[in-house]
Design a protein around this ligand. Structure first.
Ligand code: PGA
Length: 299
């Protein structure tokens, strides 16, 4: 294989197709035509001497050679980020890149903190991804970002976890619910229907784990992949729910809901900043992490 024939452009195109699992979406993202994308991937695969993708039905999947190349592109990317940050250090945070992936429920407070960071360092290129816990864990496995914000870090990965903020999960009901002004037990809510987040959500995983520990079960009527939709459905009287306090207004009554005082609640599950243990953190990533920890008052 003649490595010199491989261009940066081909690698970028390959990585985009691999990430999006589609030639047409990669073409859209890269502002290229689909044939241009296919030609670049074809040339790359000819240089390597093996196919990089295979067609399974209507999907495309990486071949073993494709997976090797994807890992190499990511490692190269990390090296460039390290170089970037070394240069950034020489410039004094006047350049560089910060990639953060957060779980959906962290979007209520994290962007504000990130906004302050962006204003302080206007030359840092910040990329933010928001998805549910399962999506964040998948990105972590692929080493796609510098930092991850979540409340239930995976236990089977070599990672560094720094808790930085409380994340109480509270029981909510429509305004005027009969249990609104008193303390109640979970058993008293046994007849109620619950609307919960989807499997794959960190909030849902924390709720399931908590109930299992208490040996209790809820009547789950609906599974919804959106905190906002759940909040609105609860306020319209469809049932109760358990959501992060961060996903509710400062005054929940403004949204037509109230927080119930239920025994064994709220579930306490702090937010953590997580990164892969072997990851060389760029200067912006280090700076953002210490700002976050400081802003939350934990050292
Ligand atoms: P979620 O994440 O938005 O996936 O529920 C919250 C969490 O990780 O606790």
């Amino acid at each position: 294989m003649n490595r010199r024939q491989i261009t940066q452009r081909q690698l970028e195109t390959f990585a985009t197709v691999a990430r999006l699992g589609s030639f047409s979406r990669a073409a859209e993202t890269l502002h290229l035509t689909q044939p241009a994308v296919s030609i670049q991937v074809k040339q790359l695969s000819e240089t390597i001497g093996l196919p990089l993708f295979e067609q399974i039905g209507r999907d495309i999947r990486l071949t073993a050679a494709g997976e090797e190349l994807q890992a190499t592109v990511r490692a190269l990317d990390d090296e460039w980020a390290r170089f970037d940050s070394a240069i950034g250090a020489l410039w004094g945070m006047h350049s560089g890149r910060l990639r953060v992936a957060l779980v959906t429920t962290a979007k209520y407070f994290l962007p504000r903190m990130l906004g302050a960071f962006c204003r302080r360092y206007p030359h840092i290129d910040v990329q933010l991804e928001i998805t549910n816990r399962a999506g964040v864990v998948a990105r972590m496995r692929g080493n796609e970002d510098d930092l991850y914000i979540m409340s239930l870090p995976p236990t089977d990965m070599d990672i560094v976890v720094r808790p930085f903020l409380d994340n109480p999960l509270v029981v909510i009901a429509p305004l005027g619910h009969p249990a609104a002004d008193r303390r109640c037990t979970l058993d008293e809510l046994a007849g109620e229907s619950f609307l919960l987040r989807e499997p794959g959500s960190g909030s849902r995983a924390a709720i399931d784990r908590h109930l299992q520990k208490l040996e209790k079960a809820l009547q789950v009527r609906l599974t919804v992949a959106s905190n906002e939709a759940i909040r609105d459905l609860v306020s319209s009287g469809l049932g109760l729910s358990i959501l992060s306090r961060h996903s509710l207004a400062a005054n929940p009554a403004d949204d037509g809901i109230c927080i119930l005082d239920v025994e064994h609640f709220p579930i306490q599950q702090p937010w953590s900043i997580v990164h892969l243990k072997g990851k060389v953190l760029s200067l912006p990533a280090q700076a953002f992490m210490s700002e976050l920890v400081q802003a939350a008052g934990i050292n």
